[in-house]
Design a protein around this ligand. Structure first.
Ligand code: MLT
Length: 249
C-alpha cells in the first residue's frame, strides 16, 4: 500500500488529490465529532469552510431538520445550536437531522479535499473502519492531517502513523515518502505509550485547560465507533463500504 501523507492541509493542491483515495484526519475534534454525529443517527454531516457557507446552507433548510455546529478557538460559535464537542452530538440532538459543521481546521481540510476520488473522515474512533475501506478500494492512499493553524498537530500525525502501521502490516510499500516515514516513525516510537503521548499534544493540553478533558478522553479511544463518513454530494454520509461500482469487481 503506497501512501502519501500531508502533515497539514494548507499546501495540498487539487492535483495532489485528484483521482486519489483520501483520508482527512482531525482527531481533536472535528472528525471525531463527525463520526459521533453519524453514529447517533444524523442523516448527514455537511462540512463547511466558513460562516458564510454555513449560513447559506442553513438559510435554505427548514430549521427543524438541521443542527448548526462548530467552534472558533474551541468555543461554540454564537447563535449555533452545538459546539464542536462530540459529546454535544447526542441522539436527541442529531437523529434524522443534517449537521452543518463549521470548524477552524477540520472542516476546512475536508472542504479543501473534495477533488479526491474517494474522501473519508478518519480519527482514532474509526481507525479500523478507515483501514478496511482503503484496503477495499485502492492500493494507494493520501492521508491529509488537518493540523492546527498550518502547523503539524501531534495527535493527527500519530493517527496517520497508526493507519500506516495497519495498512502496511499486510503489504510493504514500494515507496515510502519522507512525510509518511515521519508519521510512521513517530507512531512507532510512541506506540507503547500512545495515550500519554497523545495527552501531551498541545491541543489536548489546551482542551484540558478549557475544561474539556472528557472530550480528549473520548476522542482518544481506539476503534470505539466504527462508522465510515464518506463524502458525496457536499456531505458526509455513514456508508457500509465503497460505492457500488467500486465493490463489484
Ligand atoms: C478544528 O477543526 O480546528 C478543531 O476540530 C478544533 C476544536 O474542536 O478544538
Amino acid at each position: 500500500m503506497d501512501a502519501e501523507v500531508f502533515l497539514t492541509y494548507s499546501n495540498v493542491s487539487d492535483a495532489d488529490l485528484r483521482g486519489r483515495t483520501v483520508v482527512v484526519i482531525d482527531v481533536l475534534r472535528a472528525c471525531s465529532t463527525i463520526v459521533t454525529a453519524l453514529s447517533r443517527g444524523a442523516r448527514a454531516v455537511l462540512p463547511v469552510p466558513d460562516m458564510a457557507e454555513a449560513g447559506k446552507i442553513a438559510g435554505n433548510l427548514d430549521p427543524d431538520v438541521y443542527r448548526l455546529g462548530g467552534e472558533r478557538n474551541g468555543e461554540k460559535i454564537e447563535g449555533y445550536h452545538l459546539g464542536n464537542s462530540p459529546l454535544d452530538y447526542t441522539q436527541d440532538e442529531v437523529e434524522n437531522r443534517d449537521v452543518i459543521l463549521n470548524t477552524t481546521n477540520g472542516t476546512r481540510a475536508l472542504s479543501h479535499a473534495t477533488e479526491a476520488e474517494h474522501l473519508v473522515a478518519g480519527c482514532f474512533l474509526n481507525a479500523d473502519r478507515v483501514v478496511d475501506f482503503v484496503q477495499e478500494v485502492d492500493d494507494a492512499v493520501t492521508i491529509v492531517c488537518a493540523g492546527r493553524q498550518n502547523r503539524l498537530a501531534l495527535e493527527d500525525t500519530l493517527c496517520a502513523g497508526l493507519l500506516l502501521d495497519r495498512l502496511w502490516s499486510s503489504e510493504t510499500p514500494e515507496v515510502v515518502t519522507d512525510s509518511a516515514h515521519t508519521a510512521f516513525t513517530l507512531y512507532d516510537t510512541d506506540r507503547n505509550h500512545l495515550s500519554s503521548a497523545l495527552r501531551g499534544a498541545n491541543h489536548a493540553e489546551e482542551l484540558v485547560r478549557q475544561g474539556r478533558e472528557e472530550d480528549v478522553t473520548y476522542c482518544l479511544q481506539l476503534d470505539a465507533c466504527p462508522v465510515l463518513p464518506y463524502y458525496t454530494d457536499n456531505r458526509l454520509l455513514a456508508v457500509d463500504g465503497p460505492p457500488a461500482d467500486e465493490s463489484s469487481d
